[in-house]
Structure formats: structure tokens, C-alpha cells
Design a protein around this ligand. Structure first.
Ligand SMILES: [Zn+2]
Length: 379
């Protein structure tokens, strides 16, 4: 496509080149879809595309951030749900805190958070919702991606009602042609096994929380732990299997599947997920808040699972800045190239969400503190 405008900045980043900080500044020539047709030293790009409207400013130009797991409907719970003692107690507090809130409260805060997310440089999101229909909210905030309508229920009547409700929400009319609604299960413990048949396509389910915390394993493997009293009272039966083998037995894992978290997965389970063609979605700051433990990025890479990043919800993370997730992983896994982490947060996320276009954005250099220019690239 033809370039229609120029963005001038201090630096430019792409997965192919890494960070380029040319002495005279950097530039990108963008097409009508916001994608870069060319980028590099400002002098060269301005010469090549002279006559186009130009916007000069500070910061770094790069492909937009793609958040592959968020819960915008939890924005009203920001900083209200303490963590540190595990998934079960955290979920209980979340449900209690949310109880008095109205749908209107949740919607207003979700829209505010979505706009903030866009302002931070995120161009697309896979947003999970159990109560709202977030496609119109994403559209209004200028975000693309998926509105994942979650089906939660521990017994037949609950799941039938949740399925019907999700189908209704998926048809909420909205002017957001670049947001696709998809029905998804919550997890191996939050969604009855029988519902998976209706939630999976040829490539498995589109997204599912999996291996997030030991509390999940306690229920699935042994029928114990903080989830047990509630689930048993609803008539749920523990499958006596760990989350990934159980999800696999339901046919839930495939090439379309976003496996969210993977904190407690074993090496063999990670290899099995890789064999099925699934993608890992890591939400490190949320994992630290809830359980104090990060996903094992080294094991995930060694197993050959492609990974992308998500911010999860404001009930477990301080903001929807995806670069915050990159920074945590860069610090804890210094042996993983920072360019690879940023690629996971941008172009790989776009690929995994199946975006039809991937606009570029400008972010402050200080937000990319984990990046160092490639040798010789500063000339
Ligand atoms: Zn989540």
C-alpha cells in the first residue's frame, strides 16, 4: 500500500531491526491502515517520501501493542482486590467486591480503561467478559481484536443459562467491525466439561485459563482446596486429572487455542500443548499479585510453545500497560532477548489474534527501558 503520512520520532523499533536510534532521528512512512510501508533514519525516509503530511515528536515508533488477555469488565475493581494468598481466596474477594456494583458501573469503568489502554499504545485486545458484551466498548475505544464471551457454570442448569446468555451477548449490535465476538470456556474448573463440545472449533477452544495456580490443581486432581466447597455444593465432580491433560481429553487444545497463564504446567504438559499447536498467553504481573509466582518462561520456550502477553484485569494488575508485562519478564529472565519479548507483545500477538491490519504507534522511550540499541545501530 502507498504511504499517506510520515511520523518522525527519536527512534524506531521492529522485530527485524531491533531498536534503531539514528543520530538525526527516525521516521516511519505509514499507509491508510496505519502500517509502516518504510522506516529508518529520518533523513532517508523524509527524502524518499517528501511532500507527505508529517507529524514530528519524541519517542519510539513501533507496531502497536497487542494485549492477548484482558478483562476490561473488571476495571471497576481496580486496586480493590488484594492478593498473595492464592487463586481461591482472590476469586472469593473479587466476587464479593463486585456484588454491589451495577452493570452500568462496570460498563463505565470498562470504557474508561479501554480508552486508557488505547492511549498507552495498545491497538488490539482479546478481552474476556462474563457479564458484559464488550465489543461495543472496544469499538468505541478504537481497539480491534476479540470480545471473548465467557461461559461459566458448575452444573447443567447453570451452564445452559450461561451459554444462552453468552449467545445473546454475542449478538449485541455494535459498530465495531474489527472486533469479533467468540464464545469461550473459563477454565477446566469454571466451565462444566459437557459445555466444551459447544465451545470448540476445529482448532480447539479459542481461549481458556489453564494451569494458573495450585488451587486449580487441588480441585481438578484431588477434589480439594479452596474451590472444593463451592464446586461440590453445585454438584461438580473433580476429573482427577491435571488441567492440561484434562482439557486435552475434552478436545479443547488446538492451533487456535490461547492457553492463558501456564504457571503450574509441567515440562511434559508444555510439550503436549506445543504438539497441539496452542499458544501461551503470559500475564506475569497478575500471577505475581495472586500467587507470587511467575510462569517459567525458560521451560515454555524450551517446549517450543509460541508465547504472547496479556495484562489480565485491573483486579490483579496495576494497569493495562502491556509494556509493564514485558518489563517484568525482561528483569526476571535476562537471558531472554528483550526484542523477543517485545515481539511477543506486538507482531506475534497480532498474528495470533488474526488481525487484518496492524497499525504503528508512538511510545515514550522511558517505557522501553528494557531495550538496548543493537551494536552499530546508533550510527
Ligand atoms: Zn483472566
Amino acid at each position: 500500500m502507498n504511504a499517506v503520512r510520515l511520523e518522525i520520532a527519536d527512534a524506531v523499533w521492529s522485530p527485524q531491526t531491533g531498536l534503531l536510534e539514528p543520530a538525526g532521528g527516525a521516521a516511519a512512512a505509514l499507509d491508510v491502515r496505519g502500517e509502516a510501508v518504510a522506516f529508518g533514519p529520518a533523513r532517508e525516509i523524509e527524502q524518499r517520501f517528501s511532500g507527505l503530511p508529517r507529524k514530528a515528536g519524541q519517542g519510539v515508533l513501533l507496531p502497536g501493542l497487542v494485549d492477548c488477555h484482558a478483562h476490561l469488565e473488571c476495571a471497576a475493581l481496580a486496586s480493590k482486590v488484594p492478593g498473595g494468598d492464592g487463586l481461591g481466596p482472590w476469586v472469593s474477594r473479587l466476587v464479593q467486591t463486585r456484588m454491589p456494583m451495577t452493570k452500568g458501573d462496570l460498563e463505565a469503568e470498562a470504557l474508561r480503561a479501554a480508552k486508557e489502554m488505547r492511549a498507552l499504545g495498545t491497538v488490539a485486545v482479546a478481552d474476556v467478559c462474563t457479564l458484559l458484551a464488550t465489543a461495543p466498548i472496544l469499538g468505541e475505544a478504537g481497539l480491534m481484536g476479540l470480545s471473548l464471551l465467557e461461559v461459566v457454570g458448575a452444573n447443567e442448569p447453570a451452564i445452559a443459562a450461561a451459554l444462552q446468555d453468552a449467545r445473546l451477548r454475542s449478538t449485541t449490535p455494535c459498530a465495531a467491525p474489527e472486533v469479533i465476538p467468540v464464545l469461550v470456556p473459563h477454565s477446566a474448573y469454571g466451565t462444566m466439561p459437557g459445555a466444551f463440545a459447544q465451545l470448540k472449533g476445529q482448532g480447539g477452544v479459542r481461549s481458556v485459563h489453564a494451569a494458573e495456580h495450585e488451587d486449580e490443581n487441588a480441585w481438578l486432581e484431588r477434589g480439594e482446596g479452596p474451590f472444593a466447597p463451592f464446586l461440590l455444593s453445585k454438584g461438580a465432580v473433580p476429573p482427577r486429572q491435571r488441567p492440561l491433560p484434562f482439557l486435552d481429553s475434552l478436545g479443547a487444545l488446538g492451533s487456535a487455542t490461547l492457553l492463558v497463564h501456564l504457571v503450574t504446567a509441567s515440562d511434559a504438559e508444555l510439550r503436549m500443548a506445543a504438539d497441539r499447536g496452542a499458544t501461551a498467553v503470559l500475564c506475569p504481573r497478575s500471577n505475581l499479585h495472586i500467587g507470587g509466582r511467575l510462569p517459567d518462561l525458560r521451560a515454555i520456550r524450551a517446549a517450543g510453545i509460541p508465547y504472547v502477553l496479556g495484562t489480565d484485569s485491573l483486579a490483579s494488575t496495576p494497569d493495562h500497560d502491556l509494556l509493564g508485562e514485558v518489563a517484568v519478564l525482561a528483569e526476571d529472565f535476562p537471558d531472554v532477548p528483550a526484542d523477543e519479548l517485545l515481539e511477543a507483545a506486538t507482531t506475534r500477538g497480532a498474528q495470533v489474534l488474526g488481525l487484518t491490519r496492524h497499525p504503528w504507534v508512538r511510545v515514550a522511550r522511558s517505557r522501553l527501558g528494557f531495550l538496548v540499541p543493537r551494536t552499530g545501530a546508533e550510527a
